[in-house]
Write a protein that binds this ligand. Structure first.
Ligand code: ASP
Length: 325
């Protein structure tokens, strides 16, 4: 028995040593960053900008893999199941918190399935519609959708997505249920909005800015507390008449539970550098957002944010009473 215990102890010591030795040399090969939405959408845009910059510091490529579906929960589930070796990470947004309540059954336990790297950015949303949609301002939009509630369609990226959350907030603020059309991400939803196959959407500025500026879609309001520098003429939802309608879509990077702390710390240092990278800062500004602070780009800050956001949205979602299985 004693010999067996000694042997087991030795095996554990050797594997601990191996894990910490490989954490010291990390990363030795490319890293996969899972984005739980389609390519070309706003979460993907943020991920690719940050991944490119982090790759330079890490000396290894970060390859973005899009695993869209079920409002981001498929991609998150994939990372929860991945080896905790630092070679698979997840870049997700506020949906990580809202899906914890929205889904009756998730394939992972949100608060216990991940390690944390840090916060990346918080992006405002915009309420937009296809170019030839009749209403010209938010008040007109509200009147119009109330009068045409059986025909107006609203795109989103599935239950748990930011666009779903914002759409739900809009419908509950105006007390009108509209038909929603789910996509695997708002990249393809934007294609349909541009093509006129769907009427409206609420999505991050990281997806809508170019089209609003180019006049290829109509914008009615931003969901930030103040107007944005890039859209000085676009009112906030609050000032345009939707009282308390504010939401910011925060993004964070996670790793599977059990990923060594040396690895998440290394990734966090790299994230902090990326968020100071002039190219990243400039691109974020063009897209109506800014990088998270250096203090927020840390494991502790992301953990605290996720916990507080689950607590913040739980009562709101429960009151709305719409859940997914
Ligand atoms: N913006 C999308 C959302 O609704 C996700 C995406 O495609 O990036 O959450």
């Amino acid at each position: 028995m004693k010999i067996l215990q000694a042997l087991l102890g030795a095996v554990a010591a050797v594997s601990l040593f191996a894990a910490s030795a490989s954490a010291q040399n990390y990363p030795e090969r490319s890293i996969t960053m899972v984005v739980p939405f389609s390519a070309g959408g706003p979460t993907d845009t943020v991920a690719r900008l940050v991944a490119e910059s982090m790759s330079k510091d890490l000396g290894q490529q970060i390859i973005v893999e899009n695993v869209g579906g079920a409002g981001g929960t498929l991609g998150a589930g994939r990372v929860a199941q991945a080896d905790p070796d630092g070679y698979t990470v997840l870049l997700h947004h506020i949906g990580m918190a809202t899906s914890a309540t929205l889904y009756r059954k998730l394939a992972y336990d949100t608060l216990n399935a991940f390690e944390y790297v840090g916060l990346v950015t918080e992006v405002p949303m915009t309420i937009v519609a296809r170019k030839d949609f009749e209403p010209t301002d938010l008040k007109g939009l509200i009147d119009y959708v109330k009068a045409n509630k059986d025909t107006v369609t609203v795109a989103n990226a599935g239950i748990g997505a930011a666009s779903h959350l914002c759409g739900m907030m809009f419908m509950s603020a105006i007390d009108t249920q509209l038909t929603t059309v789910p996509y695997k991400g708002t990249g393809p939803a934007m294609t349909d909005l541009l093509g006129g196959q769907v009427d409206m959407m609420c999505d991050q500025t990281t997806n809508t800015t170019k089209q609003i500026q180019g006049g290829t879609i109509k914008a009615y309001a931003v969901t930030s507390p103040a107007r944005l520098k890039i859209f000085p003429d676009l009112p906030t939802a609050e000032e345009a008449g939707l009282s308390g309608f504010q939401v910011g879509i925060w993004h964070g990077i996670y790793a599977p539970k059990g990923t060594p702390a040396e690895v998440t710390e290394r990734l966090s240092k790299s994230l902090q550098l990326a968020l100071k990278d002039e190219n990243v800062v400039a691109r974020f500004a063009e897209l109506g957002t800014e990088p998270s602070s250096q203090e927020d780009a840390t494991p502790a800050a992301l953990k605290a944010k996720l916990e507080s956001e689950i607590a913040r949205w739980k009562p709101v979602i429960e009151a709305a009473g719409q859940f997914a299985d």
